[in-house]
Design a protein around this ligand. Structure first.
Ligand code: HSE
Length: 438
């Protein structure tokens, strides 16, 4: 059979990993695809010493690749938004299939890209965009195709999990751990994307579309980062039987879809609580299958390349199939932008449990005032612990709540912070019990 001719755009961490995996495992890849996958051209602004490019045509201009008439599939690994968007749209316009690891591109411009690709009848594959090497897109889109998906929750940023894990285990500083994650090639070009939850929100946006058949709506995702988590909260959570993780959560409710990334306390006995370092894991709850879990390396050169090459194999197998008979890009056919039948819920409408930490003056009546505010907002207390005084007259009070609507919790926080007996801001972290009963 004719080979599939591949053009690789970008030879950074993932580009180099993809090049090396394609070369090293060429024999097995050919047997799996039923035809060879040949690297026809590479676009790189500079040499990568990790790759032996002998005999491979190299260009400094990524647009040479999408204009090369010999190329069947463009692999977009340059990252970022605008140039990547132009590159992918031009590749599609030129009738080429596209494989990308770019979650920002898919989350923000995916609706436009899939429309253009459908018009041209080409494949756009993006397994590597979510959770590195874990085949969660394929599992959700195809393996769980029988299910009505109820919720998806995951640790989907390797850098953030790497930082949280080692701060907790080794007592090392946030900055120290971030530098290490950057040196290992895990972090985004702008690492605030990792620690502020933007990267995770890109990935969650994609997962939610595939889970529920809704258009990509990154702009409606709620994001809250991990930079304000203190060691104190980590220790308090631990004593209450929880571990703090940075979670992406999407839940289908009667009113719409929740789409949120924030730190959360999760019970220590949950499998997700035991996902450490750069590893990612995504739990998906389907009505037929129940809970399922997908675990593995969420970042890094060859783990991400594993997903890119798997997409290339799919392209090799499916390129001869008529577009109408291929798996839809986002799992469901007929996803219509602007269709608000299952809207993304505003954060005020979400319902979850909460952990709160307050610094209160230790005198009669303070707890009663705190309890009154919570009662007036319909917040039901699950546990309340007053710790020993640490700073002068102030005592830390830890409260956990039953399920509460976020708007009520925000109002309670506002009133608590206005009390003369409460010092400084109230810390609030959501508790996610990840109930596995269907
Ligand atoms: N910066 C991302 C992470 C890379 O740390 O998970 C993979 O998307």
């Amino acid at each position: 059979m004719e080979p599939v001719r591949v053009g690789i755009c970008g030879l950074g961490t993932v580009g180099a990993g993809t090049f090396n995996v394609l070369m090293r495992n060429a024999v097995d890849i050919e047997r799996r695809a039923g035809r060879p996958l040949v690297i026809e051209q590479v676009a790189a602004r500079r040499d990568n010493p990790q790759c032996d490019l002998t005999g491979i045509p190299v260009t400094a201009d990524v647009f040479d690749v999408v204009r090369n008439p010999r190329i069947d599939v463009v692999v977009e690994l340059i990252g970022g938004y605008e140039t990547a968007r132009e590159l992918v749209l031009e590749a599609i316009h030129n009738g080429k299939h596209v494989v990308t690891a770019n979650k920002a591109l898919i989350a923000v411009h995916g609706n436009e890209i899939f429309r253009a690709a459908a018009d041209k009848g080409v494949i756009v594959a993006f397994e590597a965009a979510v959770a590195g090497g874990i085949p969660v897109i394929k599992s959700l889109r195809e393996g769980l195709g029988a299910n009505r998906i109820q919720w998806v929750a995951g640790i989907i940023n390797g850098t953030g999990n790497y930082i949280l894990t080692h701060m907790r285990d080794q007592g090392r500083s946030f900055d120290d751990m971030l530098s290490e994650a950057q040196a290992l090639g895990y972090a985004e070009a702008d690492p605030t994307f990792d620690v502020e939850g933007i990267d995770a929100a890109h990935k969650l946006t994609i997962l939610a579309s595939i889970a529920y058949g809704v258009p990509l709506q990154f702009e409606r995702a709620y994001t809250e980062g991990i930079s304000r988590i203190t060691f104190d909260d980590v220790a308090q959570a631990d004593s209450l039987g929880y571990i703090i993780k940075h979670l992406g959560i999407s839940r289908r409710t009667e009113e719409g879809v929740e789409l949120r990334v924030h730190p959360a306390l999760i019970p220590k006995e949950r499998l997700l609580a035991n996902v450490h370092g750069v590893k990612n894991a995504i739990e998906v709850m389907g009505d037929a299958v129940g809970p399922t879990l997908y675990y593995g390396a969420g970042a890094g050169a060859e783990p991400t390349a594993s997903a890119v090459v798997a997409d290339l194999l799919d392209v090799a197998r499916d390129m001869a199939t008529h577009h109408d008979y291929r798996t839809p890009y986002l799992a469901f056919s007929g996803i219509v932008e602007g269709d608000n039948s299952l809207p993304i819920l505003p954060m005020d409408n979400i319902v979850t449990a909460y952990y709160m930490r307050l610094q209160a003056v230790d005198r009669p009546g303070v707890l009663a005032r705190v309890a009154t505010i919570l009662a007036e907002q319909g917040v039901s207390i699950e546990a309340l612990i007053q710790k020993e005084a640490t700073e002068g007259e102030l005592v830390p009070i830890i409260i956990t709540t039953h399920l509460t609507r976020e708007a009520n919790m925000n109002e309670a926080m506002r009133q608590l912070e206005a009390l003369a007996d409460i010092a400084g801001p109230v810390t609030r972290i959501r508790i996610e019990n990840l109930d596995e009963n269907v």
